[in-house]
Design a protein around this ligand. Structure first.
Ligand SMILES: [Zn+2]
Length: 1032
């Protein structure tokens, strides 16, 4: 999935922020039998849920007993004992099986270095625990299992670890993950969607095999109302069964009096009725207005990650792969689409038509199932045995050519690159008028936002870049994700990091004119800013709740995942990376994997004598959060490198002892541009040294910024680089220059360099003309300017404005307003002119106003890359704002509409701002899918940033109804809404609001990020305001 709903460049410009709460820093070592046993789907000999589990230590008892608040420094065994007692009471008195739905368990503490008092209590405690352990263990028939104690005697207190089903009976499963005793083989799914009454009925027939003896079948279902359920074992007769439901875990169960035996086959048939989903997940309905003003309705699906269960009962975890036979009944005026080609259409009663699709030829995870009932039209073409079609609403058919041609090129590229042919006979790409994510990689039926797929005849290369990127990403998923799937959501990065990396790599090869490298570089800078915070997480991280699964769809899984793959590929001998992933895809085709499987495949491929142990190197990048800061010092001919965790905390403390296996690259003044200049030093320990002739004037590490680390050169090192750049900008590649700018701002945020040093490096900028360094410097300076503005530091804001104009003014003035073909030049001029106009430079604003006038009376068009700046300037006048609103309401091309919307949301008229926020929530004039974009735009203006914060607080419950807690959209809203704060008063407000939300969002990682960002803004301002006053 591509959860990002906006232009990737905008995405890169989103304020990235972050935080910490040490309580959540480490995941507890919770016993996970399913994980401990052989990897699913190669099932262990014993059914994991049936395994008798012996309590081994007191710590083990504490674990799994629920949420424990262990955040005192003096945490000792006394409190553990208290917790243990409490937890048992909780177990006895509550029907809830686990901790609250959205909490993380605190890490258990050991009894090391205790005080004398603690020691006594510890010993006492251990005696008590040992006694309890023995008593419990020897109680006949009552043992600890993953699901709890299943002793038949109902008077045993442990019995209540099972929750109550909705009908009051005990629900026979208490875990978030499903047991592995039953495996689905195939689903036969028949749906009757009723687009007039906004509901659907369904019948799901599931063929299953019994892997281990069991008396229950547990699967997922969310908001489905069952009308009939039958069960058939082997060749026996089908008989009615009762469905038990436990809503907090979105599970249903069938209990049996006699055991189902391993090796048996069985069939569960479930009839149900449900409403279409009101959110963007599940089987949802949507409507759009056609050109003639008529309203059309459609129904579509978005199942990743956990919403297939909203459309049909299923084993809704990625490792439960099965085949699917899908049948949909429709009215004659609609068409249907699903993963597979249509097999036949039959007339049935009531004037309806029944469409039956071919059975899937591949085993597929449930989150990849998809179907659509709509009135779309396609264009098609045959590409190496695959029928590729692009669908849109009929009036936008003319915008589909670019997508079809690009898909054809990319599909051929991937077929060759992976040496595995795309396995289905058809591949549909569908633009859906109302769609929250950027796109979704459903196998054979990829769904997109209109902006991510449609390209107008006069679209700019930048718009094509967006569409090509999203297509490249989703096509890569047809291999990474669909063919080989992560076993569980903890390794989501295997899907998303890879698809993100492949999207850049394939476009560089297939469509080099799109200059995708600049975007990839900016993306790496932004994800580093975020990963530097304590609230970040390891690429591969434990997830145990619905909300934690949703939260995995973040920059770390996608962008850090892609960044470390780039670093790996750059450090391996030629072809090892490609050969390794081909081997990985072939070896695990049709099954599930975890991160180690990938590293092993990459290690096993031998392409040269310099064999790299990939597992050894990469596990340090995937198993711990953050990244290293490498500090360089030179003495004579000796260069010493030291690594430490680049951790931004507001108290300046750096407690972690994390070490990375870093493939450090470097260049120097004697050879600095060509790839052959690059030298490599593997830094695995805290410090390392290498020799360099004393005559070397300067050294630049991280050649072209392909590594995921930041470098500090010390005062002398920075001065030498600054000197070199002042003499000749071209001594370094533009990537290296951008990397220096990014790194020095990051070091300033960390408190390692003064802002004076930052300004000293930027002295060379008046000679800089390349896109990436200019954009990075502008972005960083603009962030500071905005904060100064919001703090009402008017004098400093004015001085910052003068500074920006002094350094970039001539470059701004030299920009043209006509058509421009180079993507890189478009990116540069859009950034410069947006900045110039936002600083009210008369040349800029006048040009924009004139262009808007010509555009609104139909005498001229605006180049795509300049639309946003023109609309933003126009929206500052009340009259033009009204004109723009009219245009917005009548425009059909979604990419134009979004830029108009950004213009509308940039007004400084508070009445209009309030209106636009409300309209975004109501979804009538402005689609609710656009609300995160509206919020992110309004918050940047001085007039709107406080309104946004009030709006989010007042409407929180409605927001999380539309955008689930943890989802990418709500993460974006939380971070945007708080991004402009840098004072203690705002910090207190934000903290107060979110801590009051409890399970309605207080534990989200994005909330921690937001808080930490405000603290860091606050600290940076406190530390640097004097320098700014003196030096700016
Ligand atoms: Zn994706």
């Amino acid at each position: 999935m591509d959860p990002f709903d906006s232009h990737s460049a905008e995405r890169a410009n989103l304020p990235r922020n972050m935080i910490e709460n040490s309580m959540f820093e480490e995941e507890p070592d919770v016993v996970d039998l399913a994980k401990d046993s052989a990897a699913f789907p190669t099932f262990p000999a014993l059914d994991p849920d049936e395994v008798v589990f012996e309590p081994r230590t007191s710590r083990l008892l504490v674990r799994g007993l629920g949420e424990n608040d262990m955040d005192e420094d003096e945490e000792d065994c006394e409190s553990s004992a208290r917790l243990l007692g409490m937890s048992f009471m909780n177990r006895s008195s509550s029907n809830r099986p686990n901790s609250s739905l959205y909490t993380r368990q605190a890490p258990p503490r050991s009894c090391s270095r205790p005080s004398a008092r603690t020691m006594v209590v510890c010993v006492l405690f251990l005696v008590i625990v040992a006694s309890m352990t023995m008593v419990l263990y020897f109680l006949p028939g009552c043992t600890f299992t993953k699901a709890g104690c299943r002793r038949p005697n109902k008077t045993t207190p442990q019995e209540t670890v099972y929750p109550n089903a909705t009908n009051g009976e005990l629900f026979p499963w208490a875990q978030f993950r499903l047991p592995h005793s039953i495996r689905p083989l195939s689903y036969n799914l028949t749906l009757f969607p009723d687009l007039d009454n906004m509901n659907f009925t369904g019948r799901t027939v599931i063929n299953m095999s019994v892997l281990h003896n069991t008396k229950r079948i547990i699967l997922h279902s969310d908001n489905l109302h069952f009308t009939k359920a039958t069960f058939k074992l082997g060749d026996g007769e089908a008989s009615d069964v009762t469905i038990l439901e436990y809503k907090p875990n979105q599970q249903i169960a069938v209990k049996f009096s006699a055991e189902l035996k391993a090796g048996q086959y069985c069939v569960l048939t479930l009839d149900y009725i449900a409403n279409f989903s009101h959110t963007y997940g599940g089987f949802y309905n949507s409507s759009y207005t056609e050109k003639d003003g008529n309203k059309s309705v459609l129904a579509a699906t978005q199942f990743e990650p956990l919403s297939a269960r909203k459309a049909f009962p299923c084993f809704d975890e990625p490792a439960f792969k099965a085949t699917f036979l899908i049948t949909i009944n429709r009215k004659p005026n609609y068409m249907t689409l699903s993963n597979m080609p249509l097999a036949k259409s039959t007339n049935i009663s009531g004037g309806l038509i029944q469409d039956e699709f071919e059975k899937t030829t591949v085993n597929m995870s449930t989150y990849l199932v998809a179907f659509i009932i709509a009135n779309f039209t396609p264009i098609s073409k045959n590409v190496s045995n695959t029928q590729v079609s692009v669908y849109s609403v009929p009036e936008k058919k003319e915008h589909t050519d670019y997508a079809l041609n690009t898909t054809a090129k990319l599909l051929e590229f991937y077929n060759n690159f992976f040496e595995i042919e795309y396995p289905l006979k058809k591949l549909d790409l569908v633009a859906i008028p109302d769609f929250l994510a950027g796109a979704m990689e459903n196998w054979g039926l990829i769904t997109f936002r209109e902006t991510s797929l449609l390209v107008g005849k006069q679209s700019s290369p930048l718009e094509k870049q967006v569409v090509a990127s999203v297509i490249a990403h989703e096509l890569a998923h047809q291999w990474f994700g669909n063919l080989v799937t992560m076993s569980w959501w903890n390794d989501l990065w295997l899907n998303e990091g890879f698809a993100t990396y492949m999207q850049y790599m394939s476009l560089q090869a297939v469509l080099p004119q799109l200059d995708i490298g600049n975007l990839f570089l900016a993306m790496r800078f932004r994800v580093m800013d975020r990963d530097a915070l304590n609230s970040s997480h390891a690429v591969s991280t434990e997830v145990n709740t619905v909300e934690q699964v949703e939260e995995m769809f973040d920059a770390v899984s996608y962008e850090k995942g892609a960044s470390i793959l780039l670093m790996l590929n750059a450090s391996l001998p030629d072809q090892q990376f490609r050969k390794g992933i081909i081997q990985y895809l072939k070896q695990f085709s049709g099954s599930n994997t975890d991160t180690d499987d990938l590293w092993n495949s990459l290690t096993q491929v031998e392409v040269s004598t310099q064999h790299q142990n990939v597992s050894e190197m990469m596990s340090s990048w995937t198993s711990q959060k953050g990244f290293p800061l490498v500090t360089v010092s030179r003495k004579g001919d000796q260069v010493t490198l030291t690594q430490e965790h680049f951790l931004l905390t507001s108290d300046n403390a750096n407690h972690t002892s994390s070490l990375w296996n870093i493939p450090v690259t470097y260049i120097n003044n004697s050879c600095s541009l060509a790839p052959e200049c690059k030298q490599v030093f593997n830094l695995k320990t805290k410090t390392g040294t290498f020799k360099l002739p004393e005559s070397v004037k300067w050294l630049k590490l991280n050649y072209r910024n392909t590594g995921f680390y930041i470098v500090h050169y010390g005062n002398e090192g920075w001065a030498a680089l600054q000197d070199a750049l002042s003499n000749n900008v071209s001594v370094l590649t533009h990537e290296d220059r951008a990397s220096l700018i990014h790194n020095i701002f990051a070091l300033s945020r960390l408190g390692r360099v003064s802002f004076y040093q930052v300004l000293t490096l930027l002295n060379y900028m008046s000679k800089e003309t390349e896109t990436t360094p200019v954009m990075e410097a502008l972005l960083q300076l603009n962030n500071i300017y905005r904060l100064l503005d919001k703090r009402q530091e008017h004098r400093l804001a004015t001085r910052m404005k003068s500074y920006i104009l002094q350094n970039f003014g001539s470059l701004m003035d030299s920009q043209t307003w006509g058509e421009e073909e180079s993507v890189s030049k478009q990116e540069l001029r859009a950034a410069l002119l947006e900045m110039a106009c936002s600083l009210n430079q008369p040349n800029c604003t006048q040009q924009a106003k004139d262009l808007f006038k010509q555009y609104s009376n139909g005498t001229s068009r605006i180049p795509g890359d300049l639309q946003r700046v023109v609309f933003t300037v126009a929206a500052q006048s009340d009259e033009d704002w009204e004109t723009l609103l009219y245009m917005y309401a009548h425009a059909t091309y979604d990419a134009d509409k979004r830029k108009m919307l950004q213009g509308l949301a940039s007004t400084q008229n508070t009445r209009k701002l309030v209106w636009i926020l409300k309209a975004g929530l109501n979804g009538e004039i402005i689609q609710t899918q656009e609300l995160p974009l509206v919020i992110n735009t309004v918050v940047k203006g001085f007039a709107g940033y406080l309104f946004v914060w009030d709006f989010v607080q007042e409407n929180w419950d409605r927001l999380i109804e539309k955008f689930p807690v943890g989802s990418y959209a709500i993460q974006s809203i939380v971070k945007s809404a708080t991004s402009q704060f840098s004072t203690q008063a705002h910090l207190d407000q934000v903290q107060g609001f979110f801590s009051g939300l409890k399970e309605r969002g207080s534990q989200m990682r994005s909330v921690q990020e937001a808080l930490e960002t405000i603290r860091l803004n606050l600290r940076w301002m406190d530390q640097n305001l004097p320098t700014l006053r003196k030096r700016l």
